[in-house]
Design a protein around this ligand. Structure first.
Ligand code: GLN
Length: 239
């Protein structure tokens, strides 16, 4: 397991930071430092080059316009696709998730995505807004998932990706599955922020970043994440 400083890149806060997804960076930094792992968070604006060779890349959600601009800049830049190809962990939320696919819709037109994940996004008949919950796929060991979703797009998975979870409440990709996973790349519709609500998902990403076996990170105090999870699942339980 690598013990040097973990460099976590938070991409494009000037375009894709409207849904509180920066909380994912804070959660990862907290959970790493609680295990004695130093963290260097790096915010990279859309007018800057994406650094090569960081230990993890995060990208958040946003409105259609900034999403389209972000996709064009990331395609031009090339470093995020290279990082994913090299096995660096990438965690993408909502607009950031859609733009990792082959194509997505924004403001009524189809845009090319980065092609990192084998999926395509189009538009749903209505906006998906509200709590989302489900069961993470067993291969990832993340347990039940909880989040908040707010998107107009619907996502259709190709054969080279697996879903992150199967949906029991909310819409996710298309009402059945939620998010996608391939290699060390994960995309999700969960805001909340996702990693505050899903600590096992946070630790999975950290274990990939430091080269530890999944589940090998030392346990830390989960009192507050567990309270948050219990509250959110209870909010979905029938009266
Ligand atoms: N613009 C995208 C959609 O509405 C993503 C929204 C988001 O990131 N919350 O589908």
């Amino acid at each position: 397991m690598s013990t040097s400083t973990l460099r976590i890149v938070w991409l494009y806060p000037d375009l894709l930071s409207t849904y509180g997804d920066r909380g994912n960076l804070l959660v990862l930094a907290h959970r790493a430092r609680a295990r004695g792992i130093d963290v260097e968070p790096m915010q990279v604006r859309s007018d800057q080059h994406v650094p090569h060779g960081a230990d993890m890349y995060l990208i958040g959600g946003g409105e259609d316009g900034p999403q389209a601009v972000a996709a064009e800049r990331l395609i031009d830049d090339g470093a995020l696709a290279k990082a994913a190809e090299d096995g660096r962990p990438v965690f993408a939320v909502c607009a950031g998730y859609q733009l990792l696919g082959e194509s997505f819709y924004a403001n009524g037109r189809c845009y090319a995505g980065l092609g990192i994940l084998d999926l395509r996004s189009d538009r749903g008949e209505s906006r998906a807004v509200g709590e989302i919950a489900g069961e993470g796929i067993p291969a990832l060991g993340i347990g039940p998932i909880t989040g908040f979703e707010n998107h107009g797009g619907r996502t259709h998975l190709g054969e080279a990706v697996q879903p992150l979870a199967h949906v029991s409440a909310g819409i996710g990709n298309e009402g059945v599955t939620e998010g996608a996973w391939a290699g060390h790349v994960i995309g999700t519709y969960m805001h909340g922020p996702a990693l505050a609500r899903n600590p096992r998902l946070a630790d999975l990403l950290l274990s990939w970043a430091v080269g530890a076996a999944p589940g090998a990170l030392p346990p830390i105090d989960e009192t507050w994440p567990e309270r948050l999870r219990a509250e959110r699942f209870a909010a979905l339980a029938p009266e």
